[in-house]
Design a protein around this ligand. Structure first.
Ligand code: SAM
Ligand code: 2KA
Ligand code: SF4
Ligand code: MG
Length: 247
């Protein structure tokens, strides 16, 4: 269930630069072509006890000692606990048990999700923050299973709406390529502005070895930001942890 737990600096989205403890779950039903995570149930759960140390410890029953592990990793600058993955909402029953306990101990909780399971957050009152990653048709170019993009997009907007209604500080994020349609991103900005006061983070693809997809040029980034700015608060948020070689 859990792949790893580690403490690092948030490298994506609205809270870039804040200290987080990341709880990474294993599996995901999607296969975004740019995904920088393995999508497998294999592997013994690991914990990096000293951030940046590469001192990784295998903790086979991590899922039964998550809170103690987080308590050990806690530092004075800690902002929140991120549930990420893989797709964390695949494990929403487990999170439903642990997130309230973490909040009782004073931790803030953060969901990093692809938004494909709106039902899983319909009554969820235990996410302080959430990032919902809007997927684009070009994110699934080469998979044999056809992703109904329209259906997935509707679910993502519904997940944002459910979280927003539950009082979660939710923002949207979208990974863009050189060939991403400016007009589609503008439509996404317009659609999320109809839900509420929701920031849209524009995230350029970080090149993946063996994947010939170009990140957007500066001119395109500025154009997309200006188009989105007509509707909602917008930020450009490249994955800074990769530049800093951080987990
Ligand atoms: C690995 S996913 C896990 C959480 C969730 N499944 C999701 O898609 O948000 C976390 C984030 O990593 C980002 N990401 C993964 N690979 C990336 C890449 N090559 N370039 C830019 N962002 C990437 C996606 O935007 C995604 O939101
Ligand atoms: N430093 C750091 N920041 C992150 N923000 C989102 C991440 C993720 O993989 O969900 C991530 C990650 O893997 N590392
Ligand atoms: S939804 Fe998230 S974890 Fe799943 S393949 Fe896409 S980026 Fe990777
Ligand atoms: Mg990551």
């Amino acid at each position: 269930m859990i792949r790893e737990v580690f403490s690092s600096i948030m490298g994506e989205g609205k809270y870039i630069g804040k200290r987080f403890i990341f709880v990474r779950f294993k599996k995901c039903p999607l296969n975004c072509i740019y995904c920088d995570e393995p999508n497998t149930a294999e592997g013994i759960p690991k914990v990096e006890y000293i951030s940046g140390s590469d001192v990784i410890k295998e903790v086979p029953d991590l899922q039964n000692c998550l809170i103690e592990t987080i308590d050990e990793l806690k530092t004075p600058d800690l902002f929140a606990i991120s549930f990420t993955g893989g797709e964390p909402l695949v494990y929403s029953k487990y999170i439903e048990t642990y997130a309230p306990k973490l909040r009782e101990k004073g931790y803030k909780t953060f969901l990093e999700s692809n938004g494909m399971f709106p039902e899983a957050v319909k009554d969820a009152k235990y996410y302080d923050y959430a990032s919902i990653d809007i997927k684009l048709p070009e994110h699934f170019d080469n998979v044999n299973k056809v992703i109904e993009w329209e259906d997935l997009y509707k679910k993502e907007l519904k997940t944002i709406e459910n979280l927003y209604k539950n009082g979660t500080e939710v923002y949207a994020k979208v990974v863009i390529f050189e060939n991403t349609s400016n007009e589609l991103i503008e439509k996404i900005a317009k659609d999320i502005s109809n839900i509420g006061n929701i920031t849209l983070c524009i995230q350029p693809i970080t090149p993946i070895k063996g994947l010939d997809i170009k990140p957007p040029a500066q001119k395109k980034i500025f154009k997309i930001m200006e188009l989105c700015g007509k509707y909602t608060d917008v930020m450009f948020t490249p994955q800074i942890h990769k530049w800093m070689n951080m987990l």
